[in-house]
Design a protein around this ligand. Structure first.
Ligand code: HEM
Ligand code: FES
Length: 777
């Protein structure tokens, strides 16, 4: 154990008992062995911490002298509270510099201040607010055209060569050029600055040798000097365009908030923040996409998938894999007490693979609906200000490649090397090759026309759709058809769990349908559709137009109607077409050997889909309630024996669910689970609504929600990436935590008790009862 072991500190002796890991030992064997500079962490940090995610999500690493946090919820807890967990050490050198390096820096008058990412409140937020404008989505659009030109010019250099190291020839260069342009640094000066672009990763998060430290100190000193000269020139240009000019103007207006000394530090910090992060992220994205050829082919076929593909790359292979905080007081994280002064390493790469938050986290799935909830950009008040610039660059680069070089592939058997460090991850080279004869533009220059225009911000959910082939359309009962879907190339479809649904997309039509096939069949997804002449038209469209051989699109599978497999007994109730999710639950319970009863209600046997299958597979558990046979379901009798430890799942028409919810009023929480087919009302009528204010505590901002806006719209426009799905209050995807204020709940997701607790709401439909809500966002 190192000298810095907190369990040996006398002033924390009293805490010793509470500072044990869940294994009972203050520092478990795995924790003692954890080495962030060892081969396994360097190779794949998320994999290296699998044991920790599973057994010990918060542990002390004697080798590093840090508390390591590896699970999603715990990482979020720390990120969101930047008062208890200060970012002050975010840029602290892990390997202290030798005294000679300090002397070199001194000779340049180097006086770097804390800048944004490692600043404490209230200074940090005051500055962030003043300097945020240029980063807002509406102000970034203007950069798109020149970023694309830049990308094209870099590609022109190697497009006919047939082989390139993309890191060397492009990915390292573009983020630097974009950052300099974003700052407004004139191009002549940019050349100067580029010379001293420092090896920041190694310097801050690595184990540089004393010689390397001296070289870095020299470069940093030169950079510092040059930056001052550039700033002096920029100051003479009062109307100059770029973020550095904005900062100078802010300095003139608010010298107390943006002081003189801050400007130079900021210029340096932003280049560091923008450069290696984005270069590595792009290299990682290309590596993982080209290694998953099916995903690469899909984005070549449909470039509107690029934003969601990039988000999945950032989740599965992000460039910032671990970030740091320091505890300002004794604090609890995941049941472990972190002592005041304890340093924390938040391993985002590990949190991004936490199965508690991401389904099948080890699968690389560019259609994943919640990839954008990764922590690669951090979270909360310090969340990356430049995330939408990075996204824009990466999207444009990828868009140009899928048009101009869709046939590139990774050079086989190349060794990927990574700079040994705790936090930044990306290969030092990435060799690709292709046959220039096959370059599409040799045959058709038109590939350069009509590039994809990406909206700025998190991916749009409507774009995250997968192509599927209709393999069969069968009549299952009166007015009910079953549609079977497969991957057009015969590849496996994603795994799903009982209760899951997909969204079926055809032209303007988008409708949700539960999956009803066999779960272990990875080559087929089945849904059943009831023809509803009184409905909104979707079911008629699908009934009348879909035929085998058609190509449709789907979003999902997703599951908002999870089966809790730990209960003792189950009652399943299906009304009409509500049999679809219920049948998959019955299949699962049977496979698990759990006791269950299944009530299936319908107008008559001829209208009841999958009746034969239910009778065949679940005969002992099944009771059929066909109204035309005079045996309607009496819910109160069917559920008279419900006891603690039971679970009841029901899907059916609204009146059935209402009766059930009434009956269950006095049941303990957590017994009843229902799935609604449709929202009660999702139309926003500005005449009936009032505007309100939302305070976001984690981000430290206040926003106004107009009477004609939803809370979700306002959050998204500000760049807060709240995921959403149904936008009708049905699915629970857009849930946000509420700290204060009365909520006007309008969803069909939360139970009575959850509503009464007033600590969460659905941002797509629910509103403030009064004039103000405080959200933990
Ligand atoms: C902060 C990641 C690109 C500017 C951060 C943080 C992370 C991060 C992890 C700290 C977040 C926290 O403490 O919660 C990334 C990644 C990028 C990227 C992975 C590329 C893929 C950029 C770009 C810019 C930028 C292109 C600017 C042009 C900033 C700034 C902060 C920051 C100013 C400090 C924000 C604050 O503390 O309030 N970034 N970044 N980043 N990033 Fe980025
Ligand atoms: Fe589905 Fe809000 S997005 S409940």
């Amino acid at each position: 154990m190192s000298e810095g072991c907190p369990f040996r500190q006398p002033d924390h002796a009293a805490n010793h008992a509470t500072m044990t890991s869940p294994t009972g030992c203050p520092v478990s064997r795995d924790a003692a062995a954890f080495d962030p500079f060892g081969a396994s962490y360097q190779l794949d940090p998320a994999e290296a911490l699998r044991w920790s995610r599973e057994q010990e999500p918060v542990f002390f690493s004697p080798k590093l002298g840090y508390w390591v946090v590896s699970r999603y919820e715990e990482v979020k807890t720390v990120f969101r509270d930047n008062l208890t967990f200060s970012p002050a050490i975010a840029l602290e050198k892990l390997t202290p510099a030798p005294p000679e390096a300090a002397k070199i820096l001194e000779s340049y008058g180097f006086a770097m201040r804390r800048t944004m990412v490692n600043e404490d409140e209230p200074d940090h937020m005051e500055r962030r607010r003043l300097l945020m404008d240029a980063f807002l989505p509406e102000n970034l659009e203007k950069h798109e055209a020149w970023v694309r030109e830049l990308v094209r010019s870099y590609m022109d250099h190697f497009i006919d060569k047939g082989r390139a190291d993309l890191v060397e020839e492009m990915f390292r260069e573009i983020p630097m050029t974009v950052a300099l342009r974003f700052l407004g640094v004139p191009s002549e000066d940019a050349k100067e600055l580029r010379k001293f672009s420092v090896a920041h990763t190694l310097n801050t998060w690595g184990r540089p040798s004393p010689e390397q430290q001296l070289k870095i100190a020299e470069d940093v000193g030169q950079f510092w000097k040059t930056a001052q000269a550039i700033l002096d020139r920029m100051r003479e240009e009062p109307t100059g365009e770029g973020w550095m000019y904005d900062s100078i103007r802010m300095h003139n207006q608010h010298p107390d908030v943006v002081p003189e000394s801050y400007l130079r530090s900021m210029m340096m910090a932003i280049l560091v923040a923008a450069h290696e992060t984005t270069a590595f992220a792009t290299s990682n994205a290309f590596r993982i996409l080209l290694s998953n050829r099916a995903s690469w082919n899909d984005i070549c076929d449909n470039p509107t998938l690029i934003p969601s593909a990039i988000e999945e790359c950032l989740r599965a292979a992000g460039s910032v894999v671990a970030w740091r905080r320091i505890a300002t007081e004794d604090a609890d994280v995941g049941g472990v007490t972190i002592p005041k002064g304890g340093k924390l390493l938040l391993v985002q790469a590990s949190a991004n693979r936490d199965p508690r938050h991401f389904e099948n986290p080890d699968e690389f799935d560019i259609y994943r609906h919640n990839s954008a909830e990764h922590f690669t950009f951090g979270y909360g008040a310090h969340q990356c200000m430049g995330k939408n610039i990075a996204r824009m660059e990466m999207r444009i680069i990828l868009d140009e490649f899928v048009r101009r070089l869709p046939h590139i592939h990774l050079v086989e058997n190349q060794a990927f090397e990574y700079l040994p460090n705790t936090s930044f991850r990306g290969p030092t080279s990435l060799w690709v090759e292709w046959d220039p004869e096959q370059n599409p533009e040799r045959r058709n220059r038109g590939v350069l026309d009509n590039p994809t225009h990406f909206h700025i911000g998190a991916p749009i959910k409507e774009d995250i759709v997968r192509r599927v082939l209709v393999t069969e359309v069968e009549r299952e009962a009166e007015d009910v058809i079953r549609i079977d879907l497969a991957d057009p190339y015969g590849r496996e479809l994603p795994d799903w769990s009982p209760g899951s649904h997909i969204e079926l997309v055809s032209g303007e039509w988008r409708r949700y349908y539960s999956l009803c096939g066999k779960r272990n069949d990875r080559h087929r997804l089945s849904i059943a559709i009831l023809r509803e002449p009184e409905g909104r038209g979707g079911s008629l469209h699908f009934h009348d137009t879909v035929k085998p051989g058609d190509i449709l699109h789907i979003a999902g599978p997703k599951n908002h109607f999870h089966l809790d497999e730990t209960a003792e007994r189950y009652t399943l109730i299906a009304g009409g077409i509500g049999i679809t999710p219920i049948l998959t639950m019955a299949d699962q319970l049977k496979a698990l050997g759990k006791p269950y009863t299944l009530h299936y209600c319908g107008a008559g046997r001829r209208t009841m889909a999958f009746l034969e299958r239910a009778e065949r597979d679940h005969s002992e558990a099944l009771t059929v309630h066909a109204s035309d046979e005079g045996c309607r379901l009496d819910i109160s009798i069917a559920l008279s024996n419900v006891a603690k430890g039971d679970q009841v799942y029901c899907c059916g028409p609204e009146r059935m669910l209402e009766a059930l919810e009434l009956l269950a009023q006095n049941w303990p929480e957590g017994i009843l689970h229902v799935e609604h087919f449709s929202a009660r009302s999702n139309i926003l009528d500005p005449e009936q609504e009032h505007a309100f204010e939302v305070v976001l505590t984690d981000s430290n901002v206040t926003l106004q929600v107009g009477n004609d806006q939803t809370l979700l719209e306002v959050l998204t426009a500000f760049g807060v990436d709240v995921p959403s799905d149904c936008c009708e209050g049905l699915c629970g995807t857009c849930e946000v935590a509420v700290v204060e204020g009365d909520i006007d709940h309008r969803d069909l997701v939360l139970s009575r008790a959850e509503r009464a607790a007033s600590d969460r709401m659905m941002a797509c439909c629910s509103r403030a009862e009064g004039g103000r809500l405080v959200l933990a966002l």
